[in-house]
Design a protein around this ligand. Structure first.
Ligand code: 0A1
Ligand code: ZN
Length: 886
C-alpha cells in the first residue's frame, strides 16, 4: 500500500468554497441506495475560481451537474478518494451530485450502514464522504434538508435532523419523509435512520416555557427498557437549563438505539444515535454501572447540542474543544446527580488508568494533536479525559461564577461558528479579565507533568514553605518542554485534623493576602508556573500536615515528602474527600511497590498491619458515604502499579495484588461478612445514590470474601447470586465466584448464560467477565469463546467485551509464552478486514510493549511486525502499529 499521508494542524487553510444549503435525497433499496445532493456553493472570494475538491470514499458516481448542466468528462476528475470540479463558476452556483452506495455490505459502520435490518448513519469524523462527495470538514456549515424514500413495510419509520416537513405514500409500496434542519451544521452531524422502530414518547418544558417532544426509538420489544434513558434525558435538559442557562432549540429531540455501533453514541443534531448498551436498561438486566453510564452518556450527547453543535470545531485538531468541554459538563452533571466526591474519584482513576499510560507511550499526543493519519485514532482519553481536566482547571482558577461568565461569552461570540481552542481560552480570559499566563501549553504539550513538592515548617517565623519543581517528560516529536501553569489547590491541617485558616502567603518576594481572619478560607489555589517555585504560608502556629492538589486540581503526577504517618492522618481527617481517598491510594501504591520488590527478590510477602487497620477504620466509619467506602477499600489496579515500575512485571504485580486482597479478606473477614449482611436489601431496585452506594459497598466486600476460595465463602457468594433480584447484585456475585477456577465457577457461569442467552447485552457481560479473568491459562478459554455461537466479530460490543476484555487481565494478555500477544495479533488482522476502527482500538494494546522485559518485548514486537506486513492493512491500524514500532 502507499504510505498513508499525515495531516498537520499547521497546514490548516480556509476552504475556497462555502456551502449554503444542502438538499439530500436518499432512495433506500435492498441492494443499493441512490443519494442525490443539491448544494448551493459560494466561492469564498467572489469572482475567483479554483478547483473544487470534494472528498469521497467507496462511492460510485452517477452524475455531476453545475447549475443544472451535466458536467463533461473533461470538466471533472474522480479518484478513489476525491471528486474534483476543475473550473467551477466564480460566483454562487448549484452543484448536483448523484452517487450509488451499498449500505448492506458496509461493515465499517461509518457512513450509511445497516444494523439489525435498519438503516442508520455515523458521519463523525469523516464518514459523510462514504455517503456522497462533499467537502467533509467541520468548518463547512450549511442548512440541510433530507428526503428519504423507502419501502413502507420494511422501513415504516424515517428520521433525519430537524423538523418533519412532510411525509406521504409513493408508488410501489414506498413512502417518503422530508426533514429540514433550520440550524447550520457541519456534515459530521448529519443523520438518517430508517427502519422498524417504536418510540417511548415524553415531553419537556424548557426554561422559557417551550414544550419539546422527546422520542426514544428502539425495536418494539425493547421500548420497556428505555424508561431510564428518558429519565436521563429529561434530567440532562433540566440541568443544562439550570446550570448553564442553555435551552434546547428545536421542538423535537430523537434518540435511536442501534446494536451495531463503534462508539458509545453520537450527537447528530436532534437525532442522537446510540449504542443500545447506553440506552437499554432494566433492573434485571443492567447494573448500577450501566445505569450511571446511560445517565452520563445521554447527558453528554445532549450537552453537545451547545458545546459541539451550536458552536463546533474549525478542524478536527480542535476536537477537545467540544469533547473535553462536553466531558467536563457530563462529569459535572453526574456529580450533581450523585456523589461529587465519588465521581471525582472515578474520573481521576480513569485518567490514571488509561490516559497516563497513553501520555507516556508512543501514541502520546497533546490535547490538541499536531498531526494525524486517521482522525478516528484521536478520539482518545487524552482528547476526552485530559481535555476535560483542562476545562476543569479554568473553573478551578475562575470559580463557578467566573467560569459561567466565560461560557456565556463563548456562546455570545461564537454561536453558529466553527472555532478553535484559542477562542475558548480567550472567552474565559476576557470574560474575567484574568491572566492565564502560559495556560495554552496544556493544549500543545503532551506528557503528564511531574510535580514535586518539598515542605518545611519554621516554628520561629511561624511560616510553612512549599517548594515546587516540575518537569514535563519528553514525548514523541516533543523532546524538550516548557514549564506549565499548574493550579495547585492546597489546605493545611492542624494536629487535630482541622483545617487551618489561610491568611497570607509570600510568593515571588511579595506578601499576598489570601483572606481575612473574619472570613476564613481553608483552601487556596497556588499558581505554579515556573520550573521551580516557592510559596510560604505565614501565621502558621504549629507544623501542619498539608493537603496537596485538593480535588485533583491539575492532571499531574504528584510526588511529595509526606510520610506514611502524614498519609494515614490525611486518610482519617482530610476535609477534602478526594484527598482522603488519595491518601489511601498513595499508601496502597507504596505498599504494593514494596511488596513487588520483595516478590522479585523471593522475600516472603508480609502484610503491613497499619494498612489493614486503616482499611478497617474506613470500613467501620459510619459517617462516610458507602460508595466512598467502596472506593476507598479498593486497591489500585495492576496496570496502575505496573505503570510506576521501571520494567513492568505483570506476574509480580498480580501476585502481590492478590496477596493483599486475600490478606485483607482474611484479617477483616468478620467485618466484610457483616458489611454484606447489613447492606442487603429486600426493597425493589431503585437507581438512586443511597441504594447504589449500599450495593457498591456490599458487593465490594463480597468480592473480597470470595477471593479466599474457601467452600463456606463460595457458598455464601452463591447464596448472594441465587437470591439476587437485580443484575447489579447478581453480576457482582458471579464475579466474586468466578475469581477462582473450579466447579463452582464453571457451574455458575453456565447457569448465568442459560438464564440470559436471549439478551445480547447481558451475554456481553458474560463474555467480558470471562475475558478479563485472571485464572491461569485463560488465553485458551478466550480463544474458544471466539467460536461461541453468541460471538460475532462484526458487532463492536462483542469485540470490546471479549477481545477488549481480555486486555484487562495483564497476567494473561502478557503471558510469558506470548500466547496472549499471538491471539490478539491474529484477531486484529481478521478484524481489520471488517472494521478498521475497532481493529485499531484493539491493536493499541500492544503500544506499550517496550515497558516489559526483553522476552515479552520480542514477542509483542513480532506481532506488531506481523500486523505491519499484512496486505491491505487499514490506515487506522497502520497508524497505531507503525507509531508503536517507531
Ligand atoms: N462525538 C461522539 C463520539 C463519536 C466519535 C466518532 C464516532 O464514530 C467514529 C462515533 C461517536 C461523542 O463524543 O459522543
Ligand atoms: Zn462527545
Amino acid at each position: 500500500m502507499d504510505t498513508p499521508k499525515e495531516i498537520f494542524l499547521k497546514d490548516y487553510k480556509m476552504p475556497d468554497y462555502f456551502f449554503e444549503t444542502v438538499d439530500l435525497k436518499f432512495e433506500l433499496g435492498e441492494d443499493k441506495t441512490i443519494v442525490s445532493s443539491k448544494i448551493t456553493v459560494l466561492p469564498r472570494i467572489e469572482g475567483v475560481s479554483s478547483p473544487l475538491v470534494l472528498n469521497g470514499h467507496d462511492l460510485k458516481l452517477l452524475s455531476v451537474k453545475v447549475d443544472g448542466n451535466e458536467l463533461k468528462k473533461e470538466d471533472y476528475h474522480v479518484s478513489s478518494r476525491h471528486l474534483t470540479v476543475s473550473t467551477p463558476p466564480s460566483s454562487t452556483f448549484t452543484l448536483e451530485i448523484v452517487t450509488e452506495i451499498y449500505p448492506q455490505s458496509n461493515t465499517s459502520l461509518e457512513g450509511l450502514y445497516k444494523s439489525s435490518g435498519n438503516f442508520c448513519t455515523q458521519c463523525e469524523a469523516e464518514g459523510f464522504r462514504k455517503i456522497t462527495f462533499y467537502q467533509d470538514r467541520p468548518d463547512i456549515m450549511a442548512k440541510y434538508s433530507c428526503r428519504i424514500e423507502a419501502d413502507k413495510s420494511l422501513y415504516p419509520v424515517l428520521l433525519s435532523n430537524g423538523n418533519l416537513i412532510s411525509k406521504g405514500d409513493l408508488q410501489g409500496g414506498k413512502h417518503y419523509a422530508l426533514w429540514e434542519d433550520p440550524f447550520k451544521k457541519p456534515c459530521y452531524l448529519f443523520a438518517l435512520v430508517a427502519g422498524q422502530l417504536e418510540s417511548r414518547d415524553d415531553t419537556f418544558v424548557t426554561c422559557s416555557g417551550r414544550t419539546v417532544a422527546l422520542r426514544i426509538w428502539t425495536p418494539s420489544q425493547d421500548v420497556p427498557k428505555t424508561a431510564h434513558a428518558m429519565y436521563s434525558l429529561k434530567a440532562a435538559m433540566k440541568w443544562d437549563d439550570e446550570v448553564f442557562g442553555l435551552e434546547y432549540d428545536l421542538d423535537l429531540f430523537n434518540i435511536v438505539a442501534v446494536p451495531d455501533f463503534d462508539m458509545g453514541a453520537m450527537e447528530n443534531k436532534s437525532l442522537n444515535i446510540f449504542n443500545s448498551k447506553l440506552v437499554l436498561a432494566s433492573p434485571e438486566t443492567a447494573t448500577d454501572m450501566d445505569y450511571a453510564a446511560i445517565l452520563g452518556v445521554i447527558g453528554h450527547e445532549y450537552f453537545h447540542n451547545w458545546t459541539g453543535n451550536r458552536v463546533t470545531c474549525r478542524d478536527w485538531f480542535q476536537l477537545s474543544l467540544k469533547e473535553g468541554l462536553t466531558v467536563f459538563r457530563d462529569q459535572e452533571f453526574l456529580s450533581d446527580m450523585g456523589s461529587r466526591i465519588v465521581k471525582r474519584i472515578s474520573d481521576v482513576s480513569k485518567l490514571r488508568i488509561y490516559q497516563f499510560p497513553q501520555d507516556a507511550g508512543p501514541m502520546a499526543h497533546p490535547v490538541r494533536p499536531h498531526s494525524y493519519i486517521k482522525m478516528d485514532n484521536f478520539y482518545t482519553v487524552t482528547v476526552y479525559q485530559k481535555g476535560a481536566e483542562v476545562v476543569r482547571m479554568y473553573k478551578t482558577l475562575l470559580g463557578s461564577s467566573g467560569f459561567r461568565k466565560g461560557m456565556d461569552l463563548y456562546f455570545k461570540r461564537h454561536d453558529g461558528q466553527a472555532v478553535t481552542c484559542e477562542d475558548f481560552f480567550a472567552a474565559m480570559q476576557d470574560a474575567n479579565g484574568a491572566d492565564f499566563a502560559n495556560f495554552l501549553l496544556w493544549y500543545s504539550q503532551a506528557g503528564t507533568p511531574r510535580l514535586k513538592v518539598t515542605t518545611s515548617y519554621n516554628p520561629e517565623t511561624r511560616t510553612y514553605s512549599m517548594k515546587f519543581s516540575q518537569e514535563v517528560p519528553s514525548t514523541p516529536g516533543q523532546p524538550v518542554k516548557e514549564p506549565m501553569f499548574i493550579p495547585v489547590s492546597v489546605g493545611l491541617l492542624d494536629s487535630s485534623g482541622k483545617d487551618i485558616p489561610l491568611t497570607t502567603l509570600y510568593h515571588d518576594g511579595l506578601l499576598q493576602t489570601i483572606a481575612s481572619k473574619d472570613e476564613p478560607v481553608f483552601t487556596t489555589v497556588l499558581r505554579v508556573t515556573k520550573k521551580e517555585e516557592e510559596f510560604v504560608f505565614s501565621d502558621i502556629s504549629v507544623r501542619p500536615v498539608p493537603s496537596l492538589l485538593r480535588g485533583y486540581s491539575a492532571p499531574v503526577r504528584l510526588d511529595s515528602d509526606l510520610t506514611d504517618t502524614d498519609l494515614f492522618f490525611l486518610l482519617a481527617h482530610d476535609s477534602d474527600g478526594f484527598n482522603r481517598w488519595e491518601a489511601g491510594q498513595v499508601l496502597a501504591r507504596k505498599l504494593m511497590l514494596n511488596l513487588v520488590s520483595d516478590y522479585q527478590k523471593n522475600i516472603p510477602l508480609v502484610m503491613n498491619p497499619m494498612f489493614v487497620d486503616g482499611i478497617r477504620s474506613i470500613l467501620k466509619d459510619t459517617s462516610l458515604d458507602k460508595e466512598f467506602i467502596a472506593k476507598a477499600i479498593t486497591l489500585p489496579g495492576e496496570g496502575e502499579i505496573m505503570d510506576l515500575m521501571e520494567v513492568a512485571d505483570p506476574d509480580a504485580v498480580h501476585s502481590v495484588r492478590s496477596f493483599i486482597k486475600k490478606q485483607l479478606a482474611l484479617q477483616l473477614k468478620n467485618e466484610f461478612i457483616s458489611t454484606v449482611t447489613e447492606n442487603r436489601s429486600s426493597e425493589p431496585y431503585v437507581f438512586n445514590h443511597q441504594n447504589l452506594a449500599q450495593r457498591a459497598l456490599k458487593n465490594t466486600a463480597l468480592v473480597y470474601l470470595a477471593s479466599l476460595d474457601d467452600t463456606e465463602l463460595t457458598d455464601f457468594a452463591l447464596n448472594e447470586y441465587n437470591s439476587a433480584t437485580n443484575m447489579t447484585d447478581q453480576f457482582a456475585a458471579l464475579q466474586a465466584i468466578a475469581q477462582n477456577p473450579g466447579q463452582a465457577r464453571d457451574e455458575v457461569l453456565a447457569d448465568f448464560y442459560k438464564k440470559w442467552s436471549h439478551d445480547f447485552l447481558v451475554v456481553n457481560k458474560w463474555f467480558a467477565l470471562q475475558a478479563m479473568s485472571d485464572i491461569p491459562g485463560n488465553v485458551a478459554n478466550v480463544q474458544n469463546l471466539l467460536s461461541h455461537p453468541a460471538f460475532d466479530m462484526r458487532n463492536p460490543n462483542k469485540v470490546y467485551s471479549l477481545i477488549g476484555g481480555f486486555r484487562g487481565s495483564p497476567v494473561n494478555f502478557h503471558a510469558k509464552d506470548g500466547s496472549g500477544y499471538k491471539f490478539l495479533g491474529e484477531v486484529v488482522l481478521q478484524l481489520d478486514k471488517i472494521n478498521p476502527q475497532v481493529a485499531s482500538r484493539m491493536v493499541s494494546a500492544f503500544s506499550r510493549w517496550r515497558r516489559y522485559d526483553e522476552g515479552r518485548q520480542a514477542l509483542a514486537k513480532a506481532q506488531l511486525e506481523r500486523i505491519m506486513s499484512a496486505n491491505g492493512l487499514s490506515e487506522n491500524v497502520y497508524e497505531i502499529a507503525s507509531k508503536s514500532l517507531a
